[in-house]
Structure formats: C-alpha cells, structure tokens
Design a protein around this ligand. Structure first.
Ligand code: ADP
Ligand code: MG
Length: 243
C-alpha cells in the first residue's frame, strides 16, 4: 500500500445493540506513526469502537480497513495477523500465571512457527521495554495494579503490532506510573514505528501525547483535530471537558 494509505480507516461504522445505537456512522483515520486519542464521556462508544475495529464485534454497517485491506467482519485472530493488538478496559491478564507466561502468550500468538528460544527472547525484550524485567517470575495477580496494567500492555505489544489499541491504560495509576507509561508509549512509537489508538480519561496525558484526537459523544463523532483544537472546541467543552 502507498505511504498515503492510512494505517487504520473506520468508514461509517455503526453498531446497534437492539434499540441502542452504541456507535453511529463513525468515520476516522489513523496514520502511520500517529498516536490518536479517542475520548468522550462514559457510554460514548469508545470501547465498542475498539471491539469493532479489533474484530470482537461485527458492525451493523460500515467498514474497517487496516493498511487499505478491508477487514470488516473478520474475527479477532485474523485481524491480529494484520498487525493490530489491543488491551481491554478491564484487565485481561492471567492472574495465576507469572508475568513471563502472560507475556509469552502474546509472543506465541505472533511467533507461531518460531522456536521456543525466539519466543523467550521476544518475551524478555518486551518486558525490558515495559520496565517489567524484575517482575518476570512473579505471579501477575499478586503485583500492584500499575504493574498489572503494564503486563496487559506487554501481552499486546509482544505481538509487535503495527497498531496498538489501548483502552484506558492509565486508570488507577499514580503520577509516577503515568509518566513512565507515557514514556513507554513514546518508545513503542519511536523504536518500533508502531501507531497507537488511545482511549483515556486522563486529559492531561491525552493532550500531552496525542497527535490528534477524535471526540465521541452518544456514539457520534463530535469533533476531531489537534489537542489544542479539541480543547478549545465549544461542543467538546459542553459535552465532556467542561464537566
Ligand atoms: P465507552 O467505552 O465510551 O464508555 P461503550 O462503548 O462501552 O462506551 O458503550 C457504549 C454504549 O453501548 C453504552 O450505552 C453501553 O451500555 C452499550 N453497550 C456496550 N457494549 C454492549 C453490549 N455488548 N450489549 C449491549 N449494550 C452494550
Ligand atoms: Mg469503555
């Protein structure tokens, strides 16, 4: 695909649950190397959008393109092959397993034909990237909340995605953990060339790290633009930022 093709394109996505329209005619693009924020009030449709683009839900209508390839309706494991990995709003790690074995799940997923050694190397490189090397042999469920959030990101990043979709990764983190995690996001972009789609309520962090932001409200795109544009947008202030 050409350099101009966006890495992700959501085209007129709609998702209905019975009478409820969770996402309504939503279109946006994410370019290579971009960190794109997806923000909005609770219930705006952010997690549903993640589920639509990562293949966990099928849209009622509309399409999803990854690097120009139409992946609409493909199951999550197929979409993963196109280089998309995601975390969940509510932690999805295996609490009874070690950090190493958790991260290994991601490594195995993307190195299906790789050797055990290759998978272990990938696991250790991923842990290093996320600052988790000291925790590899700890049982994941016993670790502090902030570390568990990082383990969830590590599982996704172990697949070495082109696009990493993070659903509220900073929730419950203290300020030091937030700063460290934002540094990790920057490294994921600069050292691995990955793009990030970030759903997050921590507006200071969003404004600091995102290149562009899409604002959702009642499932619809309310605004899109640079952090500065969005922060000054009267509609956004009324619907979300002013509250
Ligand atoms: P956000 O992540 O922005 O807080 P969600 O995408 O989780 O919002 O939810 C958007 C709307 O869709 C909410 O009204 C929510 O209750 C509804 N919803 C989300 N998932 C489902 C589902 N699986 N079944 C029915 N309704 C759902
Ligand atoms: Mg959500």
């Amino acid at each position: 695909m050409s350099i101009q093709t966006p890495l992700l394109r959501a085209a007129n996505l709609t998702c209905r649950f019975g009478g409820l329209v969770a996402v309504s005619d939503l279109s946006f693009e994410l370019n290579r190397g971009e960190i794109l924020g997806l923000i909005g009030p609770n219930g705006a449709g952010k997690s549903t959008t993640f589920n639509l683009i990562s293949g966990f839900y099928k849209p009622t209508s509309g399409e999803v393109f990854i690097d120009g390839v139409n992946v609409t309706g493909k199951p999550a494991e197929k979409i993963c092959v196109h280089g998309l990995a995601r975390t969940f709003q509510h932690s999805s790690l295996m609490r009874g397993m070690t950090v190493r074995d958790n991260v290994l799940i991601g490594a195995i997923g993307s190195l299906r034909r790789g050797s055990h050694k290759a998978r272990m190397v990938r696991t250790e490189e991923t842990a290093e990237m996320l600052g988790l090397s000291d925790y590899l042999d700890e049982e994941a469920g016993t670790l502090p909340h902030g570390i568990q959030r990082l383990v969830s990101i590590a599982i996704a990043f172990a697949t070495r995605p082109r696009l990493l979709c993070l659903d509220e990764p900073l929730t419950g983190l203290n300020q030091t953990e937030v700063i460290n995690t934002l540094k990790v996001f920057e490294r994921i972009r600069t050292e691995h060339g990955a793009s990030i789609l970030l759903v997050e309520h921590n507006m200071k962090a969003v404004m600091q790290i995102c290149d562009r932001i899409v604002v959702l409200h009642h499932g619809k795109k309310l605004a899109t633009g640079s952090p500065l544009d969005v922060r000054r947008d009267e509609k956004v202030i009324a619907a979300y930022l002013g509250t």
